[in-house]
Design a protein around this ligand. Structure first.
Ligand code: ATP
Ligand code: MG
Length: 499
């Protein structure tokens, strides 16, 4: 075979191969010549348009496509311009319905070509993007629906970047804080918390941002937000990380529930439960006061009879002073216990709170022949707490223990460290114990096994919510017939004992 015939056959092969590729391309292609007539089309075009080579080749664009399509895309004009100046066209969307087929959406481009003869041609390239468009429309709809849900939610719905800065802030957040979405955008959420709870939220968000494995992990904490008018609103937060496809944390969703109303109701419940326990303790407290009063009265009598004896005078004075202090202490504790709770938190020594509670209950324990053992590890750290509330927790736990030991028994109160930065208090009795089927319900409000009129079933549920407010944990273990053990874990405050 001569060189020229080899080259010719090579060229024929290449052309056939190119034609086959053209046929297989999953996009519609049309080639338009200088006379604005279609000179070639691929199989995909014939299938999608339901046309044939006879009804396509040699025709102008407005004979191939519906007139309305040519008008709104100005396709014929664009082809003409391209044939004239050779500049590629950036493309656009068009909708096209072939006879008997549903409407499809295409992305089209016009590409300039040069024929063997040097004449200009235009390649009309049409990609079927119907599926992507539908998907995007559905995604937009879902997005809009979610946005409406978020806006209508009663809870705060806030999205943050991984650094904790606010990206979106819903209507509920605007109402609770009096801060608009525009004002909130870009601010650091933790900087909007009050001093006492900033660390808790910062810790929660850092946990979300740092752990890419916790795909579905939702973390919870309580932290108060400061409002535009300087109020402090308690919020229960649930936070979870948002991930990209590679599993990297790209943001955090923070849901917040305003606890103001709940706290108000709890405060009312706590107050009425306190009044109920005061009723229970009243007899014992009266008895406790009768002792020092008796001592004072006896001393006064002695002074009256032997007022000249200086030793006796001094001893009587000493006893009167001690008895007065004890009576004053009992009254002081009673008032602390009965006072309506304020949300004030301070660094408190749990041992002292426990002693104050026991002073009110001592007589009850004695009367019931309950043997009390107290142990406290040395150098226990302080906890950030509300004395009146914590006192109520201890009073409720000890009163429950008394109820469980009507014929006497042993009560152990043990204070020690548990883990890093936690103080543990255990209240262990040798009473009747709790049936396994009741164990999970004892912290439920109004769960009681005591007869009507004796117990309302609020003691433990209030203890539970008070402990939660202190960012602590309250748990119970029990064996029927052997006794129960309530364990209270409270985070130690960073403030030093001697500060
Ligand atoms: N130390 C305990 N030993 C045995 N059972 C207990 C103990 N503490 C609590 N319980 C059980 O848990 C129930 C709920 O306790 P809770 O203190 O909430 O309510 P209550 O004592 O029945 O009524 P109150 O509202 O007067 O406290 C009790 O009725 C009792 O069955
Ligand atoms: Mg109780």
């Amino acid at each position: 075979m001569s060189r020229s015939s080899f080259a010719l056959s090579q060229r024929a092969h290449t052309e056939m191969f190119a034609a086959r590729i053209l046929e297989q391309i999953p996009s519609s292609l049309l080639v338009i010549n200088q006379q604005e007539r279609v000179v070639a089309a691929n199989r995909n075009f014939y299938q999608k348009s339901r046309r044939t080579a006879e009804t396509t080749l040699g025709r102008t664009l407005d004979q191939v496509f519906p007139k309305v399509l040519i008008t709104y895309t100005q396709l014929a004009g664009k082809v003409r311009a391209l044939l004239h100046d050779g500049q590629p066209h950036e493309g656009g969307k068009l909708t096209y319905r072939a006879p008997g087929l549903p409407q499809r959406i295409y992305y089209y481009r016009l590409i300039p070509l040069q024929g063997d003869d040097g004449a200009p041609y235009v390649l009309l390239f049409m990609d079927d993007i119907t599926a992507q468009e539908q998907f995007q429309a559905e995604a937009r709809q879902v997005e809009q629906r979610l946005a409406r849900v978020v806006e209508c939610a009663n809870d705060l719905v806030i999205s943050l970047d991984p650094g904790g800065q606010i990206v979106t802030w819903n209507h509920a957040a605007e109402c609770v804080c009096g801060i608009s979405a525009v004002q909130a955008h870009g601010r650091t959420l933790t900087a909007m918390c009050d001093d006492a709870s900033r660390l808790a939220l910062a810790h929660l968000l850092a946990g979300c941002a740092a752990d890419p494995r916790s795909q579905d992990a939702v973390r919870h904490a309580e932290a108060s937000l400061l409002t535009a008018d300087g109020r402090c609103v308690p919020i229960a937060w649930s936070c979870s990380p948002m991930h990209d496809e590679a599993g990297r944390v790209v943001g955090i969703v923070a849901l917040g529930r305003d606890l103001t109303e709940r706290r108000r109701m709890e405060a009312q419940l706590i107050q009425s439960a306190k009044m109920a326990s005061l009723g229970v303790m009243a007899g014992g407290v009266a008895h406790e006061l009768r002792n020092p009063l008796g001592i004072i009265s006896a001393c006064v009598q002695l002074l009256d009879e032997a007022s000249d004896d200086p030793v006796l005078r001094s001893e009587c004075a000493e006893r009167i002073y001690t008895a007065t202090r004890r009576a004053a202490q009992i009254i002081e504790n009673l008032l602390t216990f009965a006072s309506p709770q304020y949300e004030q938190m301070a660094a408190v020594e749990l041992g002292q709170v426990l002693d104050a509670a026991l002073l009110l209950l001592r007589h009850r324990l004695l009367a019931q022949q309950i043997n009390l053992t107290i142990s406290a590890a040395p150098d226990l750290p302080l906890v950030l707490g509300n004395t009146a509330l914590l006192q109520q927790v201890f009073v409720n736990l000890v009163l429950n223990a008394c109820e469980a030991m009507p014929d006497g028994g042993a009560l152990t109160l043990a204070l020690d460290h548990s883990g890093v930065g936690q103080v543990r208090v255990r209240v262990i009795d040798s009473g009747c114990g709790i049936a396994p089927e009741h164990l999970a319900r004892v912290f439920d409000p109004f769960f009681t096994t005591r007869p009507i009129g004796k117990g309302i079933g609020l003691g433990l549920s209030l203890c539970y919510s008070i402990v939660q407010q202190h960012h602590g944990v309250l748990t119970v273990e029990s064996q029927v017939g052997q006794g129960s053990s309530f364990t209270l874990l409270l985070p130690a405050t960073l403030r030093d004992r001697d500060a």
